[in-house]
Design a binder for this molecule. Sequence first.
Ligand SMILES: Nc1ncnc2c1ncn2[C@@H]1O[C@H](COP(=O)(O)OP(=O)(O)OP(=O)(O)O)[C@@H](O)[C@H]1O
Length: 224
Amino acid sequence: MAVLSFDNVSILQEDVPTLQQVNLEMNEGDFAYLIGKTGSGKSTLFRSIYAELPINSGVARVAGYSLNDIKRSDIPFLRRKLGFVFQDFQLLTDRNVEKNLSFVLEATGHSNPDEIRFRIEQVLAQVGMSNAIQKRVHRLSGGEQQRVCIARAILNKPLLLLADEPTGHLDPEVSLEIMQLFKQLNQQGTAILMASHDYNTMRQVPGKLLKIEAGRIFPVNSLD
Ligand SMILES: Nc1ncnc2c1ncn2[C@@H]1O[C@H](COP(=O)(O)OP(=O)(O)OP(=O)(O)O)[C@@H](O)[C@H]1O
């Protein structure tokens, strides 16, 4: 099943073409890296996928929603089918791990405390952080914080994970552990689109390579 399909999609921001005639398809179980310099259009692509930027031309569908004519009221439902992992974690650092995760579930329509607790325990087990449920985030290492971010991203069982330089602030050994975790999630079916500059870890966890340059996206065969 296609979780994302962009057919000749262009986006203009203040009359500047920031995505140009992009063709991109991602299916369940795909793993793709987006490689490009600063200013090449990675954020524009991500923002368009979660319907923060309107499509100016072409046809785009994500997780069963048409981005060409998505209703405002449907945008939160589209976003529940996506998971987000950022370079700088974006956790509530003065709260514990449980609160960081329950906050997301409560904000996305869950209210039963037992179900919330059960789901939190499930995702923490998946990322190897079961013992950290009561720990405050600022006491965790960078790698542990990124594991919690991944747990947060998969709470609502997304079809597609968007990751923006998720190993950018981690040392090589921890980066590799985090990449192995993404690989496991991918093998369970979650499609992953990851912007990265981290060629070392990309070599160890191979994926499809997509180059982005001046708003255009094209496949490449190697990192060289
Ligand atoms: N609101 C805007 N109006 C006009 N041009 C914009 C706007 N936002 C971004 N751009 C331009 O679009 C291009 C792509 O920007 P974008 O933020 O998507 O790049 P990026 O690849 O994510 O960069 P970075 O890695 O630094 O975040 C850049 O040339 C940028 O200057």
